[in-house]
Write a protein that binds this ligand. Sequence first.
Ligand code: ADP
Ligand code: MG
Length: 380
Amino acid sequence: MPFSSLGLSPRLVTALSALDFQKPYPIQEKVIPEVLMGKDVLGIAQTGSGKTASYVLPVLSLLEKKETKRNRAIEALVVVPTRELAQQVQEVISHFASFLEPRLKSMAVYGGVSINPQMKALMGVRVLVATPGRLLELVEANALTLSEVQILVLDEADKMLNLGFKEEMDKIIALLPSKRQNLLFSATLAEDVQSITSLILKDPIFVKVEAEKENLDLISQTGYFVSEERKGPLLRYLIKHNDMQQVLVFTSSVYQTENVAEKLRKNGIQANCIHSKKSQEARTKALKSFKEGHMRVLVATDLIARGIDIQFLPFVINYELPRSPKDYIHRIGRTGRAENPGEAISLITPDEQQHFRVIQKKMKKWVTMVDSESIDLRGF
Ligand code: ADP
Ligand code: MG
C-alpha cells in the first residue's frame, strides 16, 4: 500500500518522496489511519522500524486542517526522555512541517541550555517536543500553556512512564485537558502494561508489529568471553582488525566512557565520548559529528541508547553490559535500522556471564559466543 492511500495530507505525501520514503513501513501502515481517525494508540514495534513518522505524519495532517493561532497554547505535545532525542524528533517534524502551507511551527525544548531564547521562540508553536523537566519549567514561567493540548505523544513510552520520570509525568498529565488523543510508542513494553494503558489511554488501539524472521536477523549478535584486563586490547583489536569505520561503544558509567575513549585515542583510534556530565554544547557536537561520519568511535552511556537514529550505523559494541535487559535491546537497536543490517558485539567478563544469560533469556534469542582467549592481543 502506498503512502498516498493512508489518508494523509497530499503535501505530506510530497514531503515523503522528497525523503525517499518509498512505501510505509508496517507500523506506519497500521498506525497512521488509526491516528487520523482520532483513536488512542499504543504502538509497539522494534527499534529502527519507523515509529517516529508513524505519529509525526498523522499528527501534522490533523493539525493542518485546523486554524493557525498566534498564542502560546501547544496543540500537540511530544514528550521524550533525552535532549538528543528531542532534537532528533524535532528535525523530523520540522522537515515535514516545512511542506505544509502555511508552514506549521514546531520546536524542541530541553534542559542544559538557556531558557530565555526558548521562552521567546514559543510564540505560535503548535507542535512541541520536550523533555519533562524543561517543559515544566516553561509552564511555570508562563512561557506556554498545556491546557489546549489535543494530542499527547509519549515516545519511548515505557521509559517515560517509568519510576524515574513518574513525578514529572504526573504533573504534566495533570496540566493537560482530560479530553485528548494519546499516542504511546516504544520497542519495549513496561512490565506492567495495564498500568500504562489505564493511566493514559482511553479505549486504545493496540498495534504490535512483530519482527519478521528476516528482520530479526538484521542485527547479528556476537558475544566475546574475555577477562577484565583484556577488554581494552580486545576492543581495539576488534575495531582495527574488522576495520570498523563507524562504531558506537556503550559503557556503563561516565568514568568508563571517558576512560575508554581516552585509551582509544592513545592507541591512534579517533574517538569521542558522550555522557550526562558533558555540557549540552559538547553533547550535541559529539553526536552530530558521529552521525555525520566525522568521528570513528563514539563511546557513550545509556544516554543515547534510546531512540537515536544514526543512518547506516554498522557496529555497536557493548564494552560493558547494561543493567536492564531492555536497555540491551535499545543499545543494539542503534544498528540494524531502516531495513539495513548491523552487527552488535558484547564483551563479556566472567562476572557478566550470568547477567548476559538473563538478557538473552528476556530477549528470547541466544547470542553466538566466541572465546577470545586464543586471540593474540599483543600490540593492541
Ligand atoms: P524507531 O523510532 O522505530 O526506532 P525511526 O522512526 O527512528 O525508528 O526510523 C528509523 C529510520 O528509518 C529513520 O532513519 C527513518 O528516516 C527511516 N524510515 C522511517 N520510515 C521509513 C520509510 N517508510 N521508508 C524508508 N525509511 C524510513
Ligand atoms: Mg523512535
